[in-house]
Design a binder for this molecule. Sequence first.
Ligand code: XMP
Length: 508
Amino acid sequence: MKGIQILVVDYGSQYTLVIGRTLRELGVRSVILPPKKADVWLKENNPKAVILSGSNWSVHNTGAPGLPKSLDLNGEKYFILGVCYGMQLLAHKLGGKVERPLLHREYGPAIVNLTAKHPLWVGVPKKTTVWASHGDTVSNLPKGFTPIAKSGGFAAMTNKNNRMLGVQFHPEVADTKEGKKILQNFLNLANCQKDWDPVNLIHQIQKEVLGIVKGKEKVILGVSGGVDSTTLAAVLTPILKDRLICVAIDTGGLRQDEMAELKANTKSAGIKNLKIITASDEFRKNIGTTIDGEEKRAQFRKIYKKIFAEQIKKYRADFIAQGTLATDIIESGQVGKSAMIKTHHNVGLKWKVEDLHPFRNLFKYEVRELARALKLPRAVYERNPFPGPGLYLRVVGTPVSKENIELVREADKAVNEIIKKHNLEKEISQLIVALLGINSVGVKGDERVYGHSLAIRAVQTVDFMTAKGYYFSEEIVNEITSALTKHKGIVRVFFDMTPKPPATTEFE
Ligand code: XMP
């Protein structure tokens, strides 16, 4: 993640991801992290600016998230902009006062009067409409800060050298009329350069790879048909041509029709010669020895590694390339010493040849933009993610067997068809159908049966660092439940809407 100019500290506001998107629209990349991970990241990176997001917390509540411990509150290392809760948190920590007055709560559009000339306000009319959503407000500014805008109370503040700023409203929201201009002004103040241009990025990646892979050297690339590996194949094919060997593994954990989709997707990425290895029995036998998610991943990694090591040898490859993303690296605890959440099956594997992770600095939404710039079909750039270990992670609390993998595969297909029929694909970032290891009593055709339980989980997210559980309508809940319980072995269907955190996207 070297070279990222902006860190957005995510306090859980529904608008945090919009900050990232707006910055990208302004041509600047950012990394969005919750406070603890932001703390680790800050120790190892030199951003030009830090934006503290909004939140539904009050700074006075027990357990309210604080500033990253390593945040430079002297305003020397980078510029800081607190947005809503972010401004309140700054004010609170720096000795100001945050209160919950009855009269100055703002929810929705509000009028702000700019009361001072300030670099943040370049080109913004003196009176402007903003989007606000706060119960708390800063009633006393910290020492050394002055107000630069007012609505009912202080709408914006700055310290003396304009390096620490706060706005009580949400500049990232489209309803803040001059919001984009204000964020652009902040980027100018922090001297951020444009660094987000998909076509340029593709060229940079190609140049970087060609700088490493010389002459006749060959690269093996594992492809899964997903957005990351397909896009990577499309980035590498034009520069490496026949020196790129694409390998797909049928692990036995694939969904219905997935191999056919994989073939179609890789073809669209320009791959003519795809090698397919079938290893379902080997994967299933080994993964079926445990019910522990991390051990399953360890088993998966072991076989995955073995197969690729064989392919490297067979094709005398000099490098192995993988579509690992920044999120995979962060989630696997490879950034600093952040706590390990989950091992990703392809992060941190040691090979006899050098491994290349050309997308290691990118987030999923950025890879989707690259795919779009490469003119890959919609089926690729809009594709929902699916974990490498696949359905093996979706048999939870009971050992994987041929039968129960088949059952989740069928159930997954049935639920996906319902989602498609109701045009809900766009609303959902990822859908998980899992078989739970809880058998329970049901009644079918006047008979007591003892059968399986399934869990359905749909999430909405942009970068999978955080996610919201998706609430299906009653109609869809009934349709899914009815479709699944038609299967003789299924008696119960649970719906899981827990956000991430505290849950993760997958069940294990
Ligand atoms: P979690 O469950 O950590 O998942 O919130 C975030 C995203 O990563 C996917 N995921 C994986 N992908 N290998 C992968 O290739 C894995 O071991 C793995 N574990 C989780 C998950 O499906 C979600 O999209």
